[in-house]
Design a protein around this ligand. Structure first.
Ligand code: 5GP
Length: 205
């Protein structure tokens, strides 16, 4: 049985580029379908196989800037020369319905969400060494030489911000990393303070 709280919980998965956070995120969402996916808005071009409204909402820079001006974002950051942001309205609706939401965003966006919603649960994904991170980024084969350099330079700065996070998960072995993230979610959903009313209801039934 999965505990449902009055207001949904926010789980943020973050970490440097190439660490495998997107893979972990997708597997955890598959295994825990009660958690809702946050679909981000971006100005980057869709990759082969990506679809509007499934992977991202793809916008032009002008459309994106209009959304910023309208105050439509929970957080927004410039990542590797493109904008990425979390649209506010759908997330607030999910949380008000008591649904838990999980985000896969960069460290700057994670910081913005923590400032606005200190109760959000932030998980930092790391590789055991920087060399492993570099090898993974090269092996992925999706990055140009220039992009690889930008991502590696950014990684050190992102790792240095580890203190804002609540949990650290090493992605040394994918299955173990997924298990760790799921254990964190289960533990957070079992916190007594969130279920006081459930206990009173059981006692009074
Ligand atoms: P990609 O272009 O590979 O899909 O994503 C690049 C980076 O942008 C990843 O580190 C990813 O976590 C981050 N990202 C994706 N969506 C968001 C978002 O809504 N906000 C922020 N701040 N970062 C995001």
């Amino acid at each position: 049985m999965i505990n449902k709280s009055a207001n949904g919980l926010m789980f943020v998965i973050s970490g440097p580029s190439g660490v495998g956070k997107g893979t972990i995120y997708n597997i955890v969402l598959e295994k825990m379908p009660f958690i809702k996916r946050s679909i981000s808005v971006t100005t980057r071009q869709p990759r082969v196989g990506e679809a509007e409204g499934i992977n991202y909402y793809f916008k032009t820079i002008e459309e994106y800037q209009q959304m910023i001006a309208n105050g439509d974002f929970l957080e927004t950051a410039s990542v590797f020369q493109n904008y990425y942001g979390t649209p506010k309205a759908p997330i607030l609706t999910m949380l008000e319905h008591g649904d838990d939401v999980m985000f896969e965003i960069d460290v700057e966006g994670a910081k913005q969400i923590k400032t606005k919603y200190p109760a959000c649960i932030q998980i930092f994904i790391m590789t055991p060494t920087l060399k492993i991170l570099e090898d993974r980024l090269r092996g992925r084969g999706t990055e140009s030489k220039e992009s690889l350099k930008i991502r590696l330079n950014g990684a050190r700065g992102e790792i240095e911000q580890f203190k804002q996070f609540d949990y650290l998960v090493f992605n040394d072995n994918l299955d173990e990393a997924v298990e760790s993230v799921m254990s964190i979610i289960k533990a957070e959903k079992s916190r007594m303070m969130m279920h006081k009313n459930t206990i009173y209801k059981i006692l009074n039934d």
